[in-house]
Design a binder for this molecule. Structure first.
Ligand code: NCD
Length: 304
């Protein structure tokens, strides 16, 4: 891997993505074969925002490679509470470890932090910006389920604040994928994402009504309305619960439509969907471990 840091999905070429997914598939095929692969590797976890899957799957990933993780802990228990800048925090922690994962509520935080560390820095989500490693596991899941070329993908929900969407949409431009964006008008894609999609000549359609496109979709990527990013709670309430995927949605979709979600879900997908063959979101979350193992291994290989 020729990248020092993974900040945005935009920096990933098709070859980069395939290198990670192929390595993840090798790991998946023989997890036991990788347990001593990176025995001395230490991963720093700097999470300035809540996280369950990203934090724990990165920690699991480095441990499954034979390495270990050190965690900055909650921001109210670290020097951040004393007013330390992000640049100083990551610069110090970057001196302890071989790679760093950063999650931060501010868009652009990962890009800034990467300028202050000498070890690979991975963006684990920066505000409403990017979430490139979620995208890699999304693509891994899609590749297993539908393949990545010649597909119609519906991306539903909060396209404005949803960083997983911003990364996935950009990454899909490397493949022959038609993207159908479905959201309330107030939560449509931000201009920066539109610009990038346009520049890449991506096949894109926008809808407010899911039923107008549902029957064409190979995959339906559902997202949570990002309540914590709304400046005003009443605005959130106006759009919450507009798209709920349940058995009646599946009945109107193709029989083999694949339903994905980065999780956590609130009420976007009814629990009755969980037991159907269409549901992939728990498998998708589990794929976070081999995919993050693969990414860390490639980054450590490149920086070794
Ligand atoms: C996502 C995130 O943090 O952006 N969660 C995750 O990492 N799987 C999605 C979300 O919070 O809705």
């Amino acid at each position: 891997m020729r990248h020092d840091h993974i900040v945005t999905a935009k920096q990933l070429s098709r070859a980069d993505i395939e290198a990670v997914l192929d390595r993840a598939a090798e790991i998946d095929a023989d997890p036991a074969g990788w347990t001593d692969h990176r025995p001395d590797a230490l991963l720093g976890l700097c999470f300035f925002e809540p996280s369950t899957r990203t934090r724990m799957s990165f920690e699991t990933a480095i441990k499954r490679l034979g390495g270990d993780a050190v965690d900055m802990g909650a921001t109210d228990e670290s020097a951040v509470a004393k007013g330390e800048s992000l640049a100083d925090t990551v610069r110090v922690i970057g001196g302890y470890v071989d790679a760093l994962v950063l999650r931060h509520p501010r868009e652009g935080a990962a890009k800034l932090a990467a300028e202050h560390v000498d070890v690979p820095l991975v963006n684990g989500g920066d505000g409403a910006g990017h979430h490139p490693t979620q995208t890699l596991l999304d693509l891994y899941t899609l590749r297993e389920s539908t393949g990545l070329d010649g597909i119609d993908v519906g991306i539903v929900g909060d396209l404005k604040y949803g960083r997983t969407v911003h990364s996935l949409a950009r990454a899909l431009t490397n493949f022959d994928a038609r993207q159908h964006f479905v959201s309330p008008e107030s939560l449509q894609l931000p201009a920066s994402v539109r610009y990038d999609l346009h520049e890449r000549g991506a096949a894109v359609r926008e809808h407010t009504d899911l039923s107008s496109v549902l029957g064409e979709l190979d995959a339906l990527y559902v997202t949570r309305i990002q309540r914590e990013r709304f400046p005003d709670e009443t605005e959130y309430r106006e759009v919450a619960g507009q798209y709920r995927i349940d058995e009646s949605t599946l009945a109107a979709a193709r029989d083999d439509v694949v339903v994905m979600h980065p999780l956590p879900r609130v009420d976007e997908i009814a629990p009755e969907v969980d037991e159907t063959d269409n549901a992939r979101y728990f498998q998708q979350a589990h794929n976070g471990v081999p995919v993050r193992m693969a990414l860390l291994d490639l980054l450590l290989e490149g920086s070794a």
